[in-house]
Write a protein that binds this ligand. Structure first.
Ligand SMILES: NC(=O)c1ccc[n+]([C@@H]2O[C@H](COP(=O)([O-])OP(=O)(O)OC[C@H]3O[C@@H](n4cnc5c(N)ncnc54)[C@H](OP(=O)(O)O)[C@@H]3O)[C@@H](O)[C@H]2O)c1
Length: 332
């Protein structure tokens, strides 16, 4: 059953959440944000989606990350969020920082994908309707489109802000050389890029040498997606592949990834986390947040329990030098 009336925890800003400035902007984002890629689709339990969104906001998570095609089916995570807006979050719109994206496959035909002005503008109009919103806080170009002039994609982002449909813009997964040009274009048009979104976790270190570095140099915020490597960096797969897990579903996290070598690394990391008195998930999140240039980590969760576990990462943010060395040794 969905609770018809939701009153958020009055202590939601005293529950341990910390907020970081997003690049050179004035905006603060929670160190932990919630992503709706999985578990908020039309095929998922609506009451669980409501419960997770409520739990997040009750713990000071103000940032919710979506995209046009999150589901399945495509669009349904935004519809679920629209329902949550309507029934629970409407009075708190000004406390929320909501992002969506366009650039991956969304609807049939030549305009439902990639980065043309036509595609981005149409997609955002659809997203606003699905989410019951007048505007989003950030609109992202979800990926670089090498077939569309960069100026066309960037000018569409600029115009979206001018139209008042997004307050800020962001980029996701752009190659660094293109991101640099994009940052310049946006800054020259008085709509500086607020935030860059990349996959960054203990097993995926590439951003340290590329996008995270560039974001720092340009005063752009940085948010890490899949900070738990889709669940690998938790205790989820320590003793096999549980029914209902993302790996058991096999669409986005393939069983082939869980080799003996990877499982061994997970076990060693898990041992180190236990020695620190933390879960592996919490250690993995705290490890990302030790760098001040990481504005926020966008986690996913399939239950309120997972969400609550992950929020404990904020309680133990520090690492001894030997622990950091040991982590690098295990992950290399
Ligand atoms: N810009 C982009 O292209 C892009 C791409 C990917 C993601 N994202 C954003 O990043 C968000 C997060 O991505 P993600 O879902 O891959 O993040 P993640 O935090 O790495 O993985 C989340 C999954 O890990 C498992 N998990 C989480 N906490 C756990 C715990 N305490 N114990 C055991 N298992 C746990 C759950 O999987 P089970 O279902 O197995 O329980 C959960 O769904 C997305 O929702 C989206 O907003 C953006």
């Amino acid at each position: 059953m969905i609770e018809p009336l939701y009153s958020p925890d009055i202590r939601r800003y005293e529950n341990g959440m910390r907020y970081r400035r997003c690049g050179n902007s004035g905006v603060l984002l929670p160190e932990i944000s919630l992503g709706l890629w999985h578990n908020f689709g039309g095929a998922d339990s609506l009451s669980n989606s409501f419960a997770m969104a409520h739990c997040a906001f009750d713990h000071g998570i103000t940032h919710f990350d979506l995209a046009n095609n999150y589901g399945p089916p495509y669009g349904s995570a935004e519809e679920t969020f629209g329902c949550i807006m309507q029934k629970s979050f409407k009075p708190y719109r000004d406390e929320l920082f909501i992002s969506t994206k366009a650039g991956h496959d969304m609807w049939p035909g030549p305009y439902g994908n990639w980065g043309s002005r036509k595609s981005l503008m149409a997609s955002l109009n659809q997203s606003l309707k699905r989410m019951n919103l007048d505007y989003v806080d950030v609109f992202y170009s979800h990926r670089y489109d090498p077939e569309t002039p960069l100026e066309e994609t960037m000018q569409a982002l600029v115009d979206i802000v001018r139209q008042g449909k997004a307050l800020y813009v962001g980029l996701s997964k752009y190659p660094v050389d293109v991101a640099e040009q994009a940052y310049r274009y946006l800054a020259e048009h008085d709509v500086p890029c607020l935030v860059f979104q990349a996959r960054y976790n203990l097993f995926e270190r590439q951003p340290e040498k590329t996008s995270l570095l560039l974001a720092k140099q340009h005063g752009v915020g940085f948010v890490a997606f899949s900070p738990l490597a889709q669940g690998l960096l938790t205790n989820r797969y320590l003793n096999g592949i549980p029914n209902g897990s993302r790996m058991a579903q096999g669409r986005f996290l393939k069983q082939e990834v869980l080799t003996d070598v990877v499982l061994n690394k997970i076990k060693h990391l898990n041992d180190l986390a236990s020695q620190r008195g933390q879960t592996l998930a919490d250690m993995a999140l705290a490890w990302l947040l030790k760098d001040e240039a990481v504005t926020s980590v966008i986690i996913g969760a399939s239950s309120v329990n997972q969400l609550k576990t992950n929020l404990k990462a904020l309680q133990q943010p520090c690492f001894a030098d030997e622990e950091l060395l040991r982590i690098d040794e295990i992950c290399k």
